[in-house]
Ligand binder design. Structure first.
Ligand SMILES: Nc1ncnc2c1ncn2[C@@H]1O[C@H](COP(=O)(O)OP(=O)(O)OP(=O)(O)O)[C@@H](O)[C@H]1O
Length: 282
């Protein structure tokens, strides 16, 4: 099982954790500096394509922000990367394997937008449960105990470890979901809007945690947000709009390239540019 903090089941065809037959395997070995590579990545949801022939890479060991307005396709892209999205075509390589491969399950941590932990279990009981699913068997018991203690410390929930999840605040619950995703020390963390609804202090604390996870263990983080000020906290950005990638660059390069003072202004500049191109006769 992937370290997955999953939302309730979607009305779409049930997602498969095995490689989608329509996603071509990568033809050449992936350089170690690349965590995710997409070529001509297209996803159809319902009756229409929602991601349109995307080409991009996500570098290893860094925080890449996936930013764009509501409905532009951020969650869909993340679902494709973790292997839970149906109707994916093109090439999508994750940590050197086709997205959805069995080898990737223990190497990816995923937190969905509507994370679910069991409200009637304590923080530690939730983590014990998910840890037992990931690493079953008596032989792994002491490893599981250490792993659970480690993630509780990492997300700074030691003082709430024995509190019922149902009695926690929104920010504390987000951190429990993150702790689930951190079990087993995954190399790639895919976090879908992890800071939504949190106050500025909690948002800052979570971003500091993301940076320490990337710096201390060299993990790759892909973090979605529609709050543009969070873009400044990322090493790299994928700016999305209507199922397309408008820019794939560092925040500094984006600002410099567009002459904008902020990433938000750079994004608006790129949107205007794309609209003008769309309108101009061929
Ligand atoms: N289950 C579904 N069936 C059909 N279409 C869907 C489904 N879920 C999402 N879509 C469509 O796919 C597109 C991309 O949705 P997605 O959830 O990936 O966007 P998002 O950028 O993550 O949005 P948000 O920031 O609001 O979460 C949207 O146009 C949405 O209407």
């Amino acid at each position: 099982m992937m370290n997955i903090s999953e939302e309730p089941s979607s009305p779409e065809p049930s997602p498969s954790l095995s490689p989608s037959p329509s996603v071509s395997p990568s033809s050449s070995p992936e350089p170690p500096a690349v965590a995710v590579r997409a070529t001509d990545l297209t996803v159809v949801r319902g009756p229409r394509p929602v991601l349109h022939a995307l080409d991009f890479t996500v570098p290893r060991g860094q925080i890449t922000g996936l930013l764009g307005p509501s409905g532009c396709g951020k969650s869909t892209l993340m679902r494709a990367i973790v292997g839970t999205q149906a109707k994916v075509t093109g090439t999508l390589t994750v940590l050197g394997h086709p997205a959805g491969s069995a080898e990737l399950r223990s190497r990816i941590g995923y937190v969905t937008q509507a994370p679910s932990v069991y409200a009637d279990l304590t923080v530690r009981q939730n983590l014990d449960y998910f840890s037992a699913v990931l690493q079953p068997g008596r032989a792994a018991a002491s490893h599981r105990r250490d792993d659970v203690a480690r993630v509780i410390t990492e997300v700074d929930l030691t003082s709430h470890a024995d509190a019922l999840a149902g009695n926690l605040s929104g920010g504390q619950l987000s951190r429990v979901s993150l702790a689930v995703a951190l079990l087993g020390t995954p190399e790639l963390l895919v976090l879908d809007e992890p800071t939504v609804g949190l106050d500025p202090v909690l948002r800052r604390d979570l971003w500091n945690l993301f940076h320490s996870i990337a710096a201390e263990r060299g993990a790759t983080l892909l973090v979605s947000s529609h709050v543009m000020d969070e873009a400044e906290r990322c090493h790299r950005l994928l700016l999305m709009r209507e199922g397309e990638i408008l820019a794939d660059d560092s925040p500094d390069a984006l600002r410099a390239g567009t002459g904008a003072a902020t990433v938000e202004d750079a994004f608006l500049h790129l949107v205007d540019q794309a609209n003008t191109l769309q309108r101009s006769p061929r």
